[in-house]
Each structure stands twice: as C-alpha cells, then as structure tokens.
Design a protein around this ligand. Structure first.
Ligand SMILES: C[S@@+](CC[C@H](N)C(=O)[O-])C[C@H]1O[C@@H](n2cnc3c(N)ncnc32)[C@H](O)[C@@H]1O
Length: 256
C-alpha cells in the first residue's frame, strides 16, 4: 500500500512541476502523461466562461470529467474535493457556493498543493482552502460538508472502501457524493494490474462498477447512480495491447 501511495505521490509531484512550468500537464490533457493514462477530460465537460472566471483552462485538470457539474452546487454549501490536484474543481466550486459557502480540497502531494494555492491566488478567490492529507483519512470533522466531489482520484487509492467511508463520515446526513472516476469494464491482464506506473496512471487501480457500488453501499450510501461516459480499449488512453477495457464514469450517491 505504501509503495502504491509513494508511486502516486511521486508521479503527481512531477506532474505538478510540469504544469507549473508549462501551464498544462501533458500533450493528451490526461493525468498520466505519455507512459500511462487516465481518463482524458473533454473540453466540453467545462464551460469556457466559467473557466475564464477562475483564470484557468482545462490544462489545469488531470481529471476524467467535471464533478462540479454533476453535483449541482448551491450558494452557502460546504464542498470537499478528494484529491484536488491543481485546484480547478475546488475553485469552480468556491465560485458556485459563494458568498457564504466554502470549498475545501485535500491532496497529499506538496507540489500539487503549492500549485493549487498559486492558482487560488491568481483567481482571487477567498472561500477556498487546500488541506494537506490523504483521502483515506480526511482532515475534516464528521458531518462537516454538504457535498463531496472527486475527479479521477479514487481509482488511485489502494483501499477504496476506506476512502468511501471517509466521504460518508464527513458528509452531513442528506449530503451528496458526486465523483468522476475511471472503472474497469473488462478485466486487465495481471501484469498490468501489478504495474505501479499503470496504477499511478489511473489504469491498474480501476475496479468494476459492481465493486464500486458494493463499496458505496457498505459505506452507507444510498441512491446510487453510475453512468459510463467513455470506454477505452487496448492501445487507447494508455492501455497496453492485449486484453481489458477501462472507462470514465460519473458516480453519484447520497448519505441518508
Ligand atoms: C489524477 S490527479 C487528479 C487531480 C484533480 N482531481 C483533477 O481533476 O485535476 C490525482 C491527484 O490526487 C492526489 N492523490 C492521489 N491519491 C491520493 C491520496 N490517497 N490521498 C490524497 N491525495 C491523493 C494526487 O496527489 C493528485 O494531485
């Protein structure tokens, strides 16, 4: 588990430095760079005018969708983004919940936190805070948030059940979970599942939708909705030749 976390942290530290220097992560606008993948985000996922309001482009996203659109945020709400990266979804959320709401991002990678704070300063947004921590042990109190979002991060965690339990814990009763993530659609070969670079590239850590749903239910969530948005086969999105398929998905649930 520690080796997975170290591999993930090291990849995203490198990516943050690259984003800081070039303004974007990689040619394919994905989380993994050229040697592995993640779900490519689509320009259409984000509204250009909204991006302009926070002074960012989709080059600041390492995600596989737009969970802020999925979550239907309202003024006054408290939002938490699990694995906030360069901060795009936190800053967009902060605008939507302003003036009285607040958006938090949690990330374990110092270089990403530095980039997110620089993006926050550039955007001139006050009601956003980036916290250092892991998504398996979120540094926020019980029942302290209205909405938990996440964009292409939960697949990176070795213990997804722990992450979903934490999401449940920090949500107030009635709170919503809105996640964009990668899932496994057809089994990947064992050598891919065991490769750390494929894990940190959002391939190897993917689990089937049924396993995701089961972990959500075990954590206590209800009203589950899962929508597959794009499927990738061998040779696509960093998947090696051979067997297996992964997909980007939108996942919604509620704490009763
Ligand atoms: C693929 S990037 C996605 C970033 C952001 N959500 C986005 O859409 O641009 C994954 C991010 O999650 C962070 N991360 C991965 N695993 C984590 C964990 N277990 N705890 C905290 N942060 C984690 C990484 O440091 C990185 O910033």
């Amino acid at each position: 588990m520690d080796s997975i976390r170290d591999a993930v942290r090291s990849r995203y530290a490198r990516t943050a430095i690259q984003m800081q220097e070039t303004g974007r992560c990689c040619d394919s606008a994905c989380c993994g760079g050229t040697d592995a993948i993640s779900g490519p985000i689509h320009e259409a996922d984000y509204v250009t005018s909204e991006l302009a309001e926070v002074g960012l482009t989709t080059g600041a996203s390492l995600g596989c969708g737009n969970p802020t659109a999925l979550a239907e945020l309202h003024p006054g709400e408290i939002v938490l983004d699990l694995g906030s990266g360069a901060g795009l979804d936190v800053l967009l959320s902060a605008r939507r919940v302003a003036p009285d709401g607040h958006a938090y991002g949690v990330d374990m990678t110092d270089e990403m936190l530095a980039l997110a704070n620089a993006n926050k300063a550039k955007a001139g947004i006050q009601n956003a805070t980036f916290l250092k921590g892991t998504i398996e042990a979120v540094p926020l109190p019980d029942a302290s948030t209205d909405v938990v979002i996440s964009n292409c991060v939960i697949n990176l965690a070795a213990d997804k059940s722990a992450v979903l339990r934490e999401a449940f814990r920090v949500l107030r009763p009635g709170g919503r979970l809105a996640v964009a993530d990668m899932v496994e659609v057809e089994p990947l070969p064992a050598e891919v599942k065991g490769a750390l670079d494929a894990w940190s590239g959002c391939v190897a850590g993917t689990i089937p939708v049924a396993a995701y749903e089961s972990a959500l239910v075990s954590a206590g969530f209800v009203d589950l909705e899962v929508e597959i948005t794009q499927t990738f086969g061998p040779g696509e999105a960093g998947l090696p030749a051979g067997d297996g398929k992964i997909a980007s998905a939108y996942i919604r649930a509620r704490r009763p």
